[in-house]
Write a protein that binds this ligand. Sequence first.
Ligand code: AMP
Length: 216
Amino acid sequence: MILLLFGAPGSGKGTQSSILVEKNNFFQISTGDLLRAAIKEGTKLGRDAKAFMDKGELVPDSVVIGLVDEVLIDNLKKGKKSFIFDGFPRTVPQAQSLKEILGKHGLKADSVVFINVDSKGLIKRLTGRRVCQSCSTVYHIENSPSKISGVCDKCGGQLVLRTDDREEVILSRLNTYQAVADMLRKFYSVDGIVKEVNGDQSVETVYKSIVSSAEL
Ligand code: AMP
């Protein structure tokens, strides 16, 4: 099963991916997470990507396509069969490449799920988001704060605001997302696999909607 999950920054896409990984045995390929890991490791790819990410712009196609190909092949070899693509593809060339990459392995996208949320609440959700520098656990200063301000409950790491969660960058990311979502709806509508889910509901209800619309 190949599931493509889309949602604006702050739509709860990351949370839903984690639940799907835990409950439905998916392997998650999140290009945002892969790029942030490369930045943390200080690789050349990470350094090149950082300049784009800090501005809320898309990283060049060749960089992300290469990353995805590598991770997919690696995990197919390990026997993984179900994948969630989180935040990929984001351009037509990426969508075309994904089709080819999956095709090489006799696979295809089965469902493309959009988690739709009202954009007004998103800025508040994102500017209040704090991420642990060490273990990447996500908190929110109002909705799910850590016990001690600025300190991760799980590992004691420092909680920080992602550089691309600053308000001026968020607006650019939201605009980019809208354009990308429209383009992808068109791209995948010919296959009849596009599903829309209301993301302005409880985490549990959104999860159930994804399961039923993607027929998991
Ligand atoms: P995300 O965590 O999915 O919101 O991604 C964070 C940032 O990583 C984006 O704003 C982009 O700069 C970059 N990024 C993630 N996925 C892609 C992709 N598929 N194509 C290009 N850039 C990406």
